[in-house]
Design a binder for this molecule. Sequence first.
Ligand SMILES: NC(=O)c1ccc[n+]([C@@H]2O[C@H](COP(=O)([O-])OP(=O)(O)OC[C@H]3O[C@@H](n4cnc5c(N)ncnc54)[C@H](OP(=O)(O)O)[C@@H]3O)[C@@H](O)[C@H]2O)c1
Length: 293
Amino acid sequence: MAIIDGKEIARQIKTEIAAEVTTILDSGKEVPHLAAVLVGDNPASHTYVGGKEKACLEVGIISSVYKLSESVSEKELLEVIDYLNLDDHVDGFIVQLPLPKQIDEKKMISHINPAKDVDGFHPENFGRMALNLPAYIPATPFGILQLIERYKIETSGKNCVVLGRSHIVGSPMSILLSRKTYPGDATVTLCHSRTPNLKEITLNADILIVAMGQPEFITKDMVKKGSVVIDVGIHRIPSESSKSGFKLIGDVKFDEVSRNASYITPVPGGVGPMTIVALLMNTLKAYKKEIYF
Ligand SMILES: NC(=O)c1ccc[n+]([C@@H]2O[C@H](COP(=O)([O-])OP(=O)(O)OC[C@H]3O[C@@H](n4cnc5c(N)ncnc54)[C@H](OP(=O)(O)O)[C@@H]3O)[C@@H](O)[C@H]2O)c1
């Protein structure tokens, strides 16, 4: 069994991005700029945007955050999106989700200029992705593709089971692995809460991608020997043995499932570190106009 070390791959990719940004800087050009719109006081959103700022700083990408109050109106938020859409100094930006209940998320995301939609959530980017056209791929699935590629994991002809159909993880992941390319060319089954006989399906998976949001749901008896297991779930649970008083676990029972898997991502240190790095990769693509010319 081999552990897929997301922390190490994320470090390598950051080094590659930093080298590219240094070359840009040395040539006297403006460096890439990633902006984030942060609405309200959701602690998880603040942590994620804080992590994004830190990662930008590490690689030399300019980072800015537009903080808006919880009570912001749709009109005010649309004005900020318009401003960022038109600002030539901003290459890409994200509107951090979730948004307060008075705001229609889909309307906001659809208002982002697709060329600056580095989260890859705009319908145009999602459609381009499905058609295997150049597109920004949502950060978590993009990060998982990087892990598969860098560990040279074979996907062609494999049975891939994706658990969870969210717009940000499961659904794009299932599309990406069924595309006629590498990583891809897999036979993909997408499962959700209405899927009966889940265990029968997971036992048939050569590659199992778990994004359910259910702590340690996947146990050893649900996993085929020699399979590749990618755990997207993150849960903070109380722990007396750690200094902070809590620890992170995934959707997979790591200790026992790792005995069946050929490759497995740990939590923490697997998919998590890849998400922000994938956003940086998308920002560089936006800067270089690789997707929209
Ligand atoms: N590592 C990272 O960077 C990262 C990024 C994003 C998310 N996450 C984590 O990944 C997990 C999933 O996130 P998400 O946003 O994709 O979750 P989500 O929007 O809550 O979606 C969960 C999906 O799992 C399905 N599901 C839930 N319980 C199930 C069950 N018992 N059997 C079968 N399917 C079940 C749901 O089915 P229905 O559609 O039928 O409800 C849904 O499609 C969470 O723990 C989240 O914190 C991590």
